[in-house]
Design a protein around this ligand. Structure first.
Ligand code: ATP
Ligand code: MG
Length: 385
């Protein structure tokens, strides 16, 4: 059997494991949804190609990482083969032209420019709402509505024009999710919990799903003993590794990818972690409410040992940053280091109230799990931690 570092009785977590499993089964997208989204990607890509020859759409986020939930938004990047990638897309005003293409098809369209990188949010039309003529606020008047096969209703897609590191980190997370299925199970559960408790709104002062994924990864790689996941960024690259796998945009993007070619014993010398999903979820909440210091510490997955302090990263006071089209605030109330873009705090979207609410909800969750996990023999309640 598996061995945990403490003597927990397996029975204790049966209720939470069963509860979490039922939540996860419910939030996983059914096969039809996956097929429908593939088809939508193709159609969106075709629209982009027609507007800008040589362009295409690259999926990332939960479409790639294996953390997709039912009805989740799609994340894609608009890429261009010939013109050099990133800055050019803004100069030629592609986001606005693309926004108009989708407006003509009856999509709801929102171009966000106050974000770190511009994002075009599009949402397929509801079938009962017929196409509405262009609103006066759009830059160029729409010539005519485009009639074509109906789109599936109310599906949202975020189109980014930069952030190719987002593609890299999605594949990175997928590699981890293939290593141990408890990673994606925990992520799906935590994502659902964060949405239910209204803690997953990066635009309104709390944390993105990506931030929660990194919190789970930090816990599984660096906290729980023995670890559930190895640190794939610490395995040295073979000598013949192409530069494209080592560096991107000036950041070290190396991580070990061939997990199927190596036995897990080699990667995790401390032995296999046999904890149930329920126990891992409980320990996750416990760690972040009692061990992790939100004031001084940084959540990191790359660093050996996983302990880093805000002080050593210079992440101590809020500052203004100049972005593409606007300035934005960098805050360090909740510090989560991006695995590749290590100068970027993924938790910067969190305000003081957001952090307090996240911590409060974690305490509440831990307390509920303790309450539903009381079916444990009496003598075990006096055990030593
Ligand atoms: P959801 O189903 O809630 O949309 P998701 O798994 O797609 O979840 P998102 O939070 O949408 O996760 O993130 C998708 C991608 O966007 C991530 O892989 C990451 O590259 C990028 N991303 C999201 N939030 C941030 C952030 N705060 N900083 C940097 N990159 C981010
Ligand atoms: Mg997403």
């Amino acid at each position: 059997g598996g061995r945990g570092n403490r003597n927990f009785l397996p029975l204790e977590y049966t209720a939470i494991t069963e509860y979490a499993t039922s939540i996860i089964d419910n939030v996983r997208p059914p096969p039809e949804e996956i097929k429908m989204k593939d088809r939508m990607l193709q159609r969106i890509s075709d629209i982009c190609k027609k507007l800008v020859p040589g362009s295409h759409i690259i999926p990332f986020g939960s479409l790639v990482s294996g953390f997709a939930t039912r009805g989740a938004d799609m994340d894609v990047i608009f890429a261009h083969e010939t013109l050099d990638p990133q800055p050019s897309s803004m100069e030629s005003n592609i986001p606005v032209r693309l926004a108009n293409e989708f407006l003509k098809r009856g999509f709801e369209v929102d171009l966000l420019i106050r974000t770190r990188v511009p994002i075009l949010k599009i949402k397929t039309p509801s079938h009962e709402i017929k196409f509405q003529p262009s609103s006066p606020s759009t830059e160029e008047p729409l010539k005519e509505a485009i009639q074509e096969d109906p789109w599936p209703e109310n599906i949202s897609c975020d189109i980014g024009f930069k952030n190719h590191l987002g593609i890299t980190n999605s594949h990175f997370l997928r590699t981890y999710s293939q290593y141990d299925k408890r990673f994606s199970e925990m992520v799906l559960f935590i994502k659902q919990w964060s949405k239910n408790r209204d803690l997953n709104s990066p635009y309104f002062g709390t944390l993105s799903s990506y931030g929660y994924v990194l919190m789970v990864a930090h816990f599984l790689i660096n906290v729980v003993q023995p670890p559930v996941l190895p640190n794939l960024q610490l395995i040295a690259p073979p000598h013949d590794t192409p530069t494209s796998e080592l560096m991107q945009e000036g950041y070290n993007i190396w991580y070990f990818k061939d997990i199927s070619r190596i036995s897990s014993g080699e990667l995790l010398p401390s032995g296999k972690n046999g904890m149930s999903l329920g126990q891992l979820i409980y320990e996750f909440f416990q760690y972040y409410t009692t061990n992790f210091n939100f004031v001084s510490e940084v959540v990191t997955i790359r660093t050996p040992g996983g302990v880093m302090y805000k002080q050593e990263k210079g992440w101590t006071s809020a500052r203004e940053r100049v972005g593409e089209m606007t300035t934005y605030q960098d805050r360090y109330l909740l510090a989560i280091e991006d695995p590749f873009e290590i100068s970027h705090n993924v938790g910067r979207t969190c305000g003081g109230q957001g952090v307090r609410r996240i911590r409060g909800e974690m305490q509440r969750a831990a307390a509920i799990i303790r309450k539903i996990s009381t079916q444990v023999p009496l003598e075990a309640t006096t055990r030593q931690a």
